[in-house]
Design a protein around this ligand. Structure first.
Ligand SMILES: [Fe+2]
Ligand SMILES: [Fe+2]
Length: 303
């Protein structure tokens, strides 16, 4: 339950964190392409033994590029969603209204940050890396689902970013410090988002019938399957980018192995690590203990 989160506290913390996009990327703040960007938990290049180590690192960087581009992509639907849901709360509780507006403005900043990152990446990486999208089409599809479904997916993403930083990125000294800094600054603000989203899920579900709640959760699972299809496509894009960047042509067996290992790696990165987050499961369980168990049963297939 989100009762321990307060709009006033969330706003106070958000206001204490202040960084500008220009402070952390661009100019002399360049990416170090001699280092990996992603921790191995997500990149999973080690078992692709047909790749020499420098090509594993190239793949790792391709995955890092997709990671921040996909964050940008999801924030393109989170931003209008938060704005729409902040609208009815503008009057009345000042802290609540301001906390939601701050949330929206931070997401707009993150979209900007990730766009700047893509520009920086393109400067240092010789070939083009394709990423799923376009963002407007994805946003349109996601926002066509019930409000509760979108709020749950957003909550999943916010907790996921917390977990990624704390469990896998923070203590990994091999990663490029510049890439890490982007994730650190993003993480700092996302922590407040995760709490606001917890409150938002509760506000949206309040007064809903059990049937409506069920439909909302089903919509969230449907969005998970939609995301999974997108990740399969992303894996194929990453394979093409790797072949292009290294000049290597993978044989059919290597291609099959690549798709299997990397699709699963993407599943854990974007779906499993969010759906199985204890805080996400807590919110889901408050809505429906049965659906929480469903998510828990699905988790091992996404790890
Ligand atoms: Fe964000
Ligand atoms: Fe966020």
């Amino acid at each position: 339950m989100g009762y321990h989160y307060s709009f006033k506290d969330v706003l106070a913390r958000a206001e204490r964190i202040s960084w500008r996009v220009e402070d952390i990327i661009g100019g002399d703040k360049t990416l170090d392409f001699s280092r990996p960007f992603m921790p191995e938990t997500f990149a999973r290049t080690a078992s692709l033994d047909f790749l020499p180590s420098e090509e594993k690192r190239t793949l790792n960087q391709i995955r890092g590029h997709a990671y921040l581009t996909i964050f940008g992509l999801v924030e393109e639907f989170i931003l209008p969603f938060v704005l729409d849901h902040a609208r009815p709360y503008i009057n009345g509780e000042d802290y609540r209204a301001r906390a939601f507006l701050e949330f929206a403005s931070e997401e707009a900043k993150h979209i900007h940050l990730f766009r700047m990152f893509r520009q920086e990446f393109a400067k240092g990486f010789a070939t083009k890396c394709e990423v799923i999208g376009p963002p407007e089409t994805v946003a349109k599809h996601v926002l066509s689902h019930p409000t509760l479904s979108v709020a749950l997916l957003t909550l999943h993403i916010e907790w996921m970013t917390q977990r990624h930083w704390q469990e896998s990125i923070r203590d990994d000294d091999k990663l490029d410090p510049q890439f890490k800094s982007l994730l650190l600054h993003h993480w700092m603000e996302e922590h407040q988002h995760a709490q606001l989203d917890t409150l938002m899920v509760e506000m949206i579900a309040e007064g809903m019938s059990p049937k409506e709640i069920e439909a909302g959760i089903e919509g969230y699972f449907a969005l998970g399957s939609f995301l999974d299809e997108g990740l399969k496509q992303q894996t194929a894009f990453d394979m093409a980018a790797l072949e292009m960047a290294t000049g290597r042509t993978l044989n059919p067996g290597e291609k099959a192995r690549f798709m299997e290992v990397q699709h699963q790696a993407n599943r854990w990165t974007y779906i499993g690590s969010g759906m199985s987050h204890p805080k996400f499961l807590e919110s889901l369980g408050d809505l429906s203990p049965v659906k929480r168990r469903m998510a828990e049963m699905m988790a091992p297939t996404l790890s």
